[in-house]
Write a protein that binds this ligand. Structure first.
Ligand code: CTP
Ligand code: MG
Length: 401
């Protein structure tokens, strides 16, 4: 049995705010950036960083949703997830997270879920500063705008921006320092560094990251969406399971002239009193079109490949022989017949009364695969219209067995 070492770092991810300035109709953490929520993006980056207990602080009543997001983001670190309900202020929410830290945790990072795109490397930098002996560390970015001191509508002075930095999260602290600062806090502070500084500790500045910006307004959300690349509606092809076996279709046609002696064989049936068709076999154009369609679908050549005149055993054979042999060839090649549709063009015979009978015979010859037979005349046009012969057109679907 492997025992996962208890981490010495705890990361409190606060996501218990209402997101009133974003105004998306849901707590901010549950607002989608793309297919994934702000909270999920934040946690994916947290779990990609150094191993740590991760305490997710969520609005009361949303613990189950937060747990689902955390487990989905955690990968093989699911054991390190804790979810607690937050409070009415950010400070109260952090306090709830602190209370859920395991006893062995020595370094605590507090991170705004709203800084959803903060890269994992920032977590490492903050932890590094605490490991170097600092009581607290805050990621900062230089202020790029020129800053003015303004009173009412008046500019009353310039501020030297070289001395200013914008603070981000995660902010890290030695655990006992943060615990004591929270225990003794008498005022609300906008971030944890201010609280710890108020308690008399020096806080180190480490390099922040432009992607650690906070999603506060809809413009910020648009920026985040632009960065992660909005996932367009998936094209229909994306829903195809490419691991599924791909069916194949094939087409076949055949034509035979009326002529010779005996009775007509067509579509697997004998038609007493009707003029026969000439051909090497019984001239059953319907059966031969089906054979070609099936062989083509399976990529097995065509009727001449398997039943040509150099196969005397098929002279005079009827549809059932051809079709059964064809079904056998497909089976040996790893194909199952999906269905077959065949249309015959002929003035005679009249199919209507025997269509179902022919479908049953052809289907049985193919081992039970459905066969549809339809028949049409051609308004007196062409060789079929003049009654010189018949033509048949077949389509077959086959699937890997
Ligand atoms: N936060 C929290 N508990 C609160 C208030 C805020 O956990 N009672 C968290 C937010 O979820 C957010 C972070 O603190 O991740 C920073 O707060 P902010 O950006 O102000 O988020 P909201 O308070 O949710 O937004 P708003 O102020 O617009 O309502
Ligand atoms: Mg707020």
């Amino acid at each position: 049995m492997t025992i996962t070492p208890v981490p010495r770092v705890g990361i409190i991810v606060v996501a218990a705010g209402s997101g009133s300035r974003l105004g998306a109709g849901a707590p901010k953490g549950f607002v989608g950036i793309d297919g994934h929520t702000i909270l999920r993006h934040a946690l994916e980056r947290v779990f990609a960083g150094p191993p740590a207990q991760v305490v997710v602080v969520t609005p009361a009543g949303r613990e189950g949703d937060a747990l689902s997001e955390a487990l989905a983001a955690a990968g093989d670190r699911r054991d390190l997830v804790t979810v607690v309900a937050g409070g009415h202020s950010r400070q109260a929410s952090v306090a709830a997270g602190l209370a859920a830290l395991w006893a062995d945790i020595e370094i605590v990072l507090v991170h705004d879920a709203a800084r959803a795109l903060t890269p994992p490397e920032v977590f490492g930098r903050v932890i590094g500063a605490i490991d170097d002996g600092r009581a607290g560390a805050v990621p900062v970015l230089p202020v790029v705008d020129t800053i003015k001191r303004v009173e009412g509508a008046e500019v009353v002075g310039a501020v030297d921006r070289s001395k200013l930095s914008a603070a981000q999260t995660p902010q890290g602290f030695r655990r006992e320092v943060l615990d004591a600062a929270y225990r003794d806090a008498t005022a609300e502070f906008t971030d944890d560094a201010a609280l710890v500084a108020d308690a008399g500790h020096a806080v180190a500045a480490v390099e922040g990251h432009p992607l650690a910006f906070k999603i506060t307004t809809s413009a910020d959300l648009d920026r985040a969406r632009g960065i992660v690349g909005e996932r367009p509606i998936a094209p229909a092809s994306a829903h195809l399971d490419h691991s599924a076996p791909i069916p194949r279709v094939g087409t076949g046609t055949d034509v035979h002239a009326f002529g010779g002696d005996g009775t007509l064989w067509l579509a697997g049936l004998e038609w007493p009193g009707e003029q026969p068709l000439s051909g090497h076999s019984d001239g059953d154009a319907v059966a031969h079109a089906i054979v070609d369609a099936l062989l083509a679908a399976a990529g097995l050549g065509d009727i001449g490949t398997h039943f040509g005149t150099d196969h005397p055993e098929y002279a005079g054979a009827h549809a059932d022989v051809f079709l059964a042999r064809t079904a056998g060839l497909l089976g040996e090649a790893g194909w199952r017949i999906g269905n077959v549709s065949v249309q015959v063009q002929a003035v005679r015979p009249r199919f209507a009364a025997r269509r179902a009978e022919s479908e049953a015979v052809l289907s049985a010859a193919l081992g039970g695969a459905p066969v549809s037979v339809s028949a049409t005349t051609t308004d007196g046009l062409g060789f079929t219209g003049r009654g010189e012969g018949v033509a048949a057109f077949a389509v077959a679907l086959v699937v890997p067995a």
